[in-house]
Ligand binder design. Structure first.
Ligand code: PAF
Length: 281
């Protein structure tokens, strides 16, 4: 497995492969890898010849500098996992390589109204930062396909909107959420959960599963209210939002007959903010 710290060295590696018609997949990550990321690598291998994983903790998508500082960076462990998974190359630039003029570089594109909903309400400007770095990574790799996890449902939507904005010919493949045996969605942030937080964190998947299991039983409003009531009286858990939304717009669903419905949740468990979702239909 090759390691690249500069766009130039990555380009030099990819150029001859592309010239010989090899299909390239990009798996963008911020490191602190877990089985969810490895499932992206595995799916990438089914869809391309060469797999490049990027590891870059992107400063422009963090709204809280403390969150950026405490973001886990177990790089040796990450590299071992990627080598083991058969990844071909890892792109791990530093901040100067991606933001030569500084991380306050101007960027603003129209991502549609969904940018301002859900995560957008709690993390102002987050998706501008995400799309800014993903565009830079796309420019550096020029992949045929790029892999993203369904866990960041809104992120996938924003990246698809960015792709449409720039008319980039890249296929986005979305991988299902990988869960621990007890239902907790895998996330790099889970390592911050104390034992009691870890137990409490199960409320996210349980409330979502409730919606899936009882979708045909209750009217929409009641279903959502019942799911929200899971969060009542759990010490150390603070619900940011629980919504049954239209999966294309992220606006609250108006009717159960809508085509593309998804339940999404965000909650602070101890000092760790977790998100999760389940696709209803
Ligand atoms: O999902 C992530 O890990 C990040 O938001 C991404 C897509 C790698 C951009 O920094």
């Amino acid at each position: 497995m090759e390691i690249f710290k500069t766009k130039a060295s990555l380009h030099a590696f990819l150029q001859p492969l592309k010239a010989s018609a090899k299909k390239v997949a990009l798996v963008p990550t911020m490191g602190a890898l877990h089985s969810g990321h490895i499932s992206l690598i595995k799916l990438a291998q089914q869809n391309a010849d060469i797999i490049i994983c990027s590891i870059f903790v992107n400063p422009t998508q963090f709204t809280d500098p403390k969150d950026l500082e405490k973001y886990p960076r177990p790089i040796e462990h990450d590299l071992a996992m990627l080598a083991d998974a058969g990844c071909n190359g890892v792109f791990m630039p530093n901040v100067e390589e991606m933001y030569p003029g500084g991380a306050d570089e101007a960027w603003h594109i129209d991502l549609g109204n969904a940018e301002f909903l859900l995560e957008g309400e709690f993390r102002k400007g987050h998706y501008q930062g995400v799309t800014q770095i993903v565009k830079k990574l796309f420019d550096a790799v020029e992949p045929d396909v790029a892999m993203f996890g369904q866990k960041d449902f809104q992120q996938v939507l924003m990246i698809k909107n960015m792709l449409a904005h720039f008319k980039l010919p890249i296929k986005i493949i979305v991988c299902p959420i990988i869960r621990e045996d007890d239902g907790l969605a895998m996330s790099s942030r889970n390592i911050h959960l104390s034992p009691i937080d870890r137990k409490n964190s199960l409320v996210l998947s349980k409330s979502l599963q409730f919606v899936i299991d009882h979708f045909n039983e209750y009217p929409l409003v009641e279903l959502e209210e019942k799911a929200k009531s899971f969060y009542n009286n759990i010490d150390g858990v603070e619900l940011d939002y629980f919504t049954i939304a239209n999966g294309d717009t992220l606006e609250p669903a108006k009717s159960k007959d809508e085509e593309n419905l998804v339940a999404l949740v965000a909650a602070k468990v101890g000092s760790t903010r977790l998100i999760d979702n389940m696709i209803i239909k």
